[in-house]
Design a protein around this ligand. Structure first.
Ligand SMILES: NC(=O)c1ccc[n+]([C@@H]2O[C@H](COP(=O)([O-])OP(=O)(O)OC[C@H]3O[C@@H](n4cnc5c(N)ncnc54)[C@H](OP(=O)(O)O)[C@@H]3O)[C@@H](O)[C@H]2O)c1
Length: 311
């Protein structure tokens, strides 16, 4: 991609826009260039990644028609923040925000980005924000991990693969539950299972799947343990047996990843640069193929992350 100064005449860009009635809830169209606030940089986007949640949200009734969709993007700073904070023009950055990512240009607050180390590609960096920070924060919220038994459900997916690696790095005994299992032992899982039938007691559960797996994980949770309820890809209800929530204290807690990602993005990309964290990109292609990528992700065909190259 050629990086050039933005001029007053260049006010229209291409972007993936919320479009009700289409298969993915998206279409590629023209929209006005974003106008950065004083604390925002303007980024020339090169790669974006898809998350399960935002694909679902694009098709939700409350999604705003015509809005630029997407949370994760990586690219090069085309204009620095007017207040003097953040990286200079030409810096390679990974960015996060609740919308605005899947476009040729993105305005993003300096608190929601990190400069990408030289030896990490922007395609890899674009896969990190939502999935990587969710895994990191959910594990941190679960207390010390050294020697504890941590279960990760939906382990082949975006959040799951980061969680397996980070929990192992934190010293946990990691049990990965996955319908596919692909490469999870290599990422540090001590046990890879396809059901929870023969799993032992657990201290922490990072749950991406919900439904019956969540119920079973709760039954296996030790006193003092915690379930972080991150997602519900099973789409199935969770039916708890009478009195299964009564007894020695343990908790099931709702999880939301939050904001102010800079420090966590810097940490995760530094691990990648050091070879201590692997990012698996299971689907990659031009953003013209966004429908195909979304279908593959929702169809459970992507191992790790799906990344689109912005043209
Ligand atoms: N609360 C938050 O702030 C937050 C942040 C990020 C993500 N999330 C949520 O967390 C969940 C995971 O996100 P993600 O980006 O990692 O998604 P993903 O990459 O699509 O991975 C989800 C994984 O769930 C499993 N799965 C999918 N469909 C399933 C089904 N019908 N039954 C059982 N397992 C199924 C699959 O794992 P296996 O093939 O290995 O079984 C799949 O790889 C989503 O619900 C997402 O919305 C929430």
């Amino acid at each position: 991609m050629v990086h050039r100064p933005i001029t007053a005449r260049e006010v229209v860009m291409r972007a993936l826009l919320i479009t009700p009635g289409t298969a993915s809830g998206l279409s590629l169209g023209d929209t006005l260039d974003p106008v950065p606030a004083a604390n925002e940089v303007l980024v020339d986007v090169e790669h974006v990644s898809l998350n399960y949640g935002e694909i679902g949200f694009a098709r939700a009734p409350e999604a705003e028609r015509g809005a630029v969709h997407g949370w994760d993007a990586a690219g090069v700073v085309a204009r620095a923040a007017a207040d003097g904070s953040g990286p200079a023009v030409g810096s390679r950055v990974v960015t996060f925000g609740g919308g605005g990512a899947w476009a040729q240009l993105r305005a993003v607050p300096v608190g929601e980005l990190a400069v990408v180390p030289d030896d990490v590609s922007l395609a890899v960096a674009s896969a990190v924000p939502v999935a990587g920070v969710t895994a990191l924060r959910a594990l941190r919220r679960s207390g010390p991990l050294l020697g504890r038994r941590v279960l990760v459900t939906g382990a082949s997916g975006g959040v799951g693969r980061f969680a397996v690696q980070l929990a192992a790095r934190g010293g946990a005994h990691v049990v990965a539950v996955s319908g596919r299992g692909a490469g999870l032992a290599e990422l540090g899982a001590h046990e890879v299972v396809s059901s929870l039938d023969d799993v032992g007691p657990l201290d922490v559960v990072i749950d991406n799947v919900g439904g019956p797996q969540l119920v079973r994980a709760w039954e296996l949770l030790e006193p003092g343990g915690v379930v972080q309820s991150i997602g519900w890809t099973s789409g199935e209800p969770a039916v708890f047996q009478p009195y299964s929530t009564v007894g020695p204290a343990k908790s099931l807690t709702a999880f939301q990843m939050g904001s102010d990602l800079s420090a966590d993005l810097e940490y995760l990309t530094s691990l990648i640069a050091a070879g201590a964290l692997t990012v698996d990109i299971g689907w990659r292609g031009s953003w013209l193929r966004y429908d195909e990528a979304a279908e593959a992700l929702l169809g459970r065909e992507v191992t790790g992350k799906a990344v689109l190259d912005v043209e």
